[in-house]
Design a protein around this ligand. Structure first.
Ligand SMILES: [Zn+2]
Length: 355
């Protein structure tokens, strides 16, 4: 089920931890340590990928760089991971579950292991959105710092992507429980063929998975990475890195995007009452320095993190919040790009070192 851990983290011990949340969901958690006493960094992937985005063996990855810089990386596969069965499962979840269970309980577990050592979180995309809700709920107090890439409290897409994902999302939701990205798994002639067809319109690259992610992400017209930033080996195995998108979660995403804030989905179920209805309105509860990052060519969340920085600096002047833009980068390539160690990870390490 879990990804194969590359056996190249020189001298590091890789410990897989059996980890079940209090709502009974089995997640993946893994510590990579070189020597005791280092500050810990929890790495949180985006939706439909997995913790493998931080350990790609074909590039100098974020785990390599953190180990060399004196940190102890922890990898979480939350319930939206492509390595876990939940995206294609019968039990539906919302991002509320990630904010209420997965992230706070993983952080609490790690704290139980590391004692009073510092804990940072580096989170990507939907992982960062869900984290913003956990922080606004006060469920993960006292972090040493947070790096949020792509999007955080203020999700925002272009109006064309919004329109296409609303109309297309309804159509998809009425016919499918999830949308795959690997045409080899579903066959060339399947009920998914029209979606792959839509995603391929005008594409330069012949790879169907690449078309589904780069040319027109799930046929919405968004793009998840800059094509020329990927190593060819990564490009040719995108179908291993990305899994299916559950269509039943799209209404929660839509509520967030329309509000330009991370919103609670479960408003009648008392279990979720610990989450605020609107995370942006509860941003005063964030008690940790935040580095917001985005590629200058992010073609899914656009300038969401710049907007987040402007709003937070104005409304929450007590917060240490910064924004850094990575020239020429899109979205996923900031972690899986062949030059990410050089162009991106140094900015993360500088921020962690400073705190
Ligand atoms: Zn391609």
């Amino acid at each position: 089920m879990m990804s194969q851990m590359p056996a190249r983290f020189d001298g590091a011990v890789v410990d897989r931890v059996p980890f079940r949340t209090s709502d009974g969901t089995d997640l993946g958690l893994c510590r990579i340590s070189r020597e005791p006493g280092r500050p810990a960094v929890l790495l949180v992937h985006g939706h439909t990928v997995s913790s493998e985005i931080f350990t790609l063996p074909e590039i100098r990855n974020l785990v390599d760089v953190l180990l060399d810089a004196g940190y102890e990386p922890w990898l979480l596969d939350w319930r939206g991971s492509s390595r876990l069965p939940y995206n294609e499962g019968r039990v539906r979840y919302s991002y509320d579950d990630v904010s209420l269970y997965d992230l706070p309980e993983a952080a609490a577990y790690i704290r139980g292991q590391i004692g009073d050592r510092k804990l940072f979180v580096v989170a990507h995309c939907v992982g960062a959105m869900a984290l913003s809700m956990s922080l606004a709920a006060g469920l993960i107090p006292g972090l040493a710092g947070v790096v949020a890439h792509g999007v955080f409290l203020t999700p925002k897409v272009t109006w064309t992507v919004r329109l296409r994902s609303h109309l297309g999302g309804e159509l998809l939701r009425s016919r499918f429980t999830h949308v795959p990205v690997d045409i080899k798994k579903v066959g060339l002639r399947s009920r998914y063929t029209p979606i792959f067809g839509l995603a391929s319109l005008g594409a330069d690259c012949p790879d169907p998975t690449c078309q589904m992610l780069h040319n027109s992400a799930w046929a919405t017209g968004a793009s998840l990475f800059e094509h020329d930033k990927l190593d060819k080996r990564t490009h040719d195995r995108l179908s291993e890195l990305f899994g299916s998108v559950p269509t039943w979660i799209l209404p929660h995403m839509r509520r967030n995007e329309l509000a330009h804030s991370v919103m609670r989905w479960n408003n009648r179920d008392r279990r979720y009452a610990r989450l605020p209805e609107n995370a942006l309105e509860s941003a005063h509860r964030i008690d940790t320095p935040v580095l917001l990052m985005s590629g200058s060519k992010n073609k899914i969340w656009q300038d969401s993190n710049r907007l987040c920085h402007d709003l937070l600096s104005r409304r929450q002047p007590q917060l240490d919040v910064r924004y850094t833009e990575i020239p020429g980068y899109g979205h996923m390539d900031a972690f899986i790009g062949r030059g990410a160690a050089l162009d991106v990870f140094g900015r993360i390490i500088d921020f962690l070192d400073e705190h």
